[in-house]
Design a protein around this ligand. Structure first.
Ligand SMILES: Nc1ncnc2c1ncn2[C@@H]1O[C@H](COP(=O)(O)OP(=O)(O)OP(=O)(O)O)[C@@H](O)[C@H]1O
Length: 629
């Protein structure tokens, strides 16, 4: 399988190691903002020295004041002290502004890479893998916190510079205390890093609950679901489920917070004892005349600054570590996307299929959605000749849509091969292969786009080609519906978005979005498939589901006309739809149970004949009681 599904075991983080991650993020950030990053770095590092300079100046000023020196001789130091104060006050907002600039610019690139990586996978199995979902969620945090790592790195560097300066000032007065203050940082750092790991593991462990909460919240905002939720009174059920998941996450968080408290409180007490001891010592020394008042001032300020700096450095390292985790997930997703694209390219020895000449063939295809799950297809062998319309029928869950998904390479067969003009599908460039296929899936996607765009996405290069969009809408019998909307093809098909009347990309007066009925959406989906004029193979999975009898009739006529021009694979439970097919294939138990023309299958008196008789019976026997058993 080329799909990126390699799930990391819970509580483990994939991607490059910590240092490589930091290096990659740095390179990325500098590339995005080559001037801003160095300016911010200089500003941040310089500001780390300002505190030490201010403390030393303060000592000089205090000692001179105590020595009754005239004001005129103090002026330069006082002016310098004031200037340092001004710069110290200005640096944080300026640094904040630059960092936000970097965040915005980096977020664009990081998001691009993430989207690119997610869409690079040939198949969709990765999107159904919970571990991959968690990884994507954590990688997504790198987008919103794209400046976090740089900020944390610079803050660490600033704290180190500041601690170094103050430690030197402290050591000049009491080297033992200076050494002690520094040593106290070690257990703090170790504790913090351990807590980080624990918190990250907790985040992975609660991934399922977080995902469930997201799904329920989306459901509560969905108008369609809103009908059932109200009718069946499901509000309470979902409130309880949400609360239970939130409680589970809260419990897990509380566990980590408690550990943090029990580990950090003794260290904080140790720090306080060190500060108090230092103060007592300095005052005693001053009382004996061994320290000046200036010395005491600088000592007290330096001890507090070293402790504060150590705490800030530890917090920054923790933040660095935390953001490295989301970037590791991002890089893992990105590298996997790249590998996936590489595999696809390496496997694609053929550039892309030309017009279908020999046909499509399933040769003993076996497939199941997950290892260990039941087999859905068990050795399907089936050939679709060029120009032939093949109809697939079978009971719910027989595997009809699955067959189509394999044909589009959304999944890969576990065994057997699917051939397009004699060559394995995997040999073709997936994008070019898919360009040869037009499809309407069972539930066409309802994009929050204009009506015209909703049809035009069927051939994205022609999304703005009004003529082609209109022609496709005509063929799918939806043109009149769209033209009757407030802004015709420019009407937004969304209740939550509003767009200019002239279209999605600007225009005159804003136009309130709207929604279509189920059958109208179905026809928009069909129009989308008709946008691919040049496609060799048309896949129609339940194209007439939800259509009224008139629309169904017109669409059936349209599809019948297609027989002469296109190769088509049609899936339908309405056996009236499939009667005209060149060949009808009945799928049962993951295998081709029978195949032939409508007449042949009726004569064979097998599954198809039974299903057809049942359906025909429903239409003919108007006196039969309607009941569901
Ligand atoms: N993404 C998936 N993950 C796991 N199992 C799946 C997935 N999609 C489908 N299945 C299972 O595969 C089986 C075949 O599903 P499929 O959609 O191919 O049936 P179908 O013949 O098209 O049914 P219907 O007539 O109801 O549309 C079903 O049992 C279904 O539960």
């Amino acid at each position: 399988m080329t799909v990126p599904t390699g799930s990391p075991p819970a509580a483990e983080h994939p991607g490059p190691g910590f240092l490589r991650t930091v290096a990659r993020v740095l390179v990325l950030t500098v590339r995005v903002k080559p001037l801003t990053v160095p300016v911010l770095a200089v500003l941040t590092l310089a500001s780390g020295t300002l505190g030490t300079i201010a403390a030393l100046l303060m000592r000089t000023v205090v000692d001179r004041v105590q020595g009754h020196e005239p004001w005129s001789r103090l002026e330069p130091e006082v002016a310098l002290l004031a200037a340092v104060g001004v710069v110290t006050a200005l640096v944080p907002p300026c640094a904040q502004y630059l960092q936000s600039q970097i965040r915005r610019a980096t977020a664009v690139v990081v998001q691009d890479r993430l989207v690119d990586a997610v869409t690079a996978a040939v198949g969709i199995a990765g999107l159904e893998d919970p571990a991959a979902q968690d990884r994507l969620r954590l990688a997504g945090q790198a987008v919103s916190g794209s400046d976090q790592m740089l900020g944390a790195l610079l803050n660490t560097a600033q704290a180190v510079v500041s601690v170094a300066g103050f430690t030197a000032a402290l050591a000049a007065v009491n080297p033992w205390l200076a050494a002690l203050a520094l040593l106290a940082a070690v257990p703090r750092l170790i504790t913090q890093l351990r807590l980080n790991r624990r918190r990250a593991a907790m985040q992975l462990g609660t991934g399922g609950a977080v995902r469930r909460q997201m799904a329920v919240r989306m459901l509560l905002l969905d108008a369609n679901a809103g009908m059932e939720i109200r009718l069946f009174g499901l509000g309470g059920l979902f409130r309880e489920r949400l609360a239970a998941d939130l409680r589970a996450v809260n419990d897990a968080e509380r566990g980590v917070d408690r550990r943090a408290l029990s580990a950090q409180a003794p260290l904080a007490l140790l720090g306080a004892a060190l500060g108090a001891g230092g103060l007592v010592w300095a005052v005693a020394m001053a009382g004996r005349g061994r320290l000046t008042i200036g010395d005491v001032t600088v000592f007290v300020a330096a001890l507090a600054a070293v402790q504060g700096g150590v705490a800030s450095a530890v917090a920054s390292v923790a933040s660095l570590d935390q953001s490295a985790i989301s970037f590791r997930h991002l890089f893992a997703v990105q590298d996997e996307g790249r590998r996936s694209r590489h595999h696809a390219t390496a496997a694609s020895v053929l550039p892309g299929p030309d017009r279908l000449r020999e046909g499509v063939e399933f040769r003993d295809v076996w497939f199941r959605y997950h290892p260990g799950a039941p087999w859905i297809l068990r050795g399907v062998t089936l050939r679709i000749a060029p120009g032939e319309t093949v109809a697939l029928v079978g009971l719910n869950g027989a595997g009809k849509s699955t067959l189509v998904k394999l044909l589009c390479r959304f999944y890969e067969p576990d065994r057997g091969r699917i051939l397009w003009d004699g060559a394995d599908l995997a040999a073709y460039d997936p994008a070019r292969l898919r360009a040869r296929i037009g499809a309407v899936f069972q539930t066409p996607t309802r994009y929050d786009l204009t009506a015209g765009e909703n049809i035009g996405v069927g051939d994205v290069a022609a999304i703005d080609d009004g003529e082609r969009v209109r022609a496709a809408a005509e063929r799918a019998d939806v043109a009149r519906v769209v033209e009757g909307l407030a802004a015709g093809y420019a009407t937004m098909l969304s209740r939550v978005h509003v767009v200019g009347a002239a279209g999605a990309r600007g225009g005159a007066a804003p136009c309130q979005g709207t929604q279509l009925s189920g059958g109208q959406w179905q026809r928009v989906g069909l129009a989308r498939a008709f946008m691919r004029d040049g496609a060799d193979l048309l896949i129609l999975d339940e194209p007439s589901a939800g259509l009224d009898p008139e629309a169904e009739h017109r669409i059936r006529d349209g599809l019948r006309a297609l027989r002469t021009t296109r190769t088509a694979l049609l899936i339908s439970h309405r056996l009236a739809d499939v009667r005209f097919a060149d060949r009808i294939v009945v799928l049962a138990d993951g295998q081709v149970a029978e195949q032939g023309t409508h007449t042949e299958l009726l004569a064979a008196d097998g599954d198809y004949a039974r299903l057809f008789a049942l359906q025909a019976d429903g239409y003919q026997d108007s006196t039969a009681p309607i009941g569901i058993h």
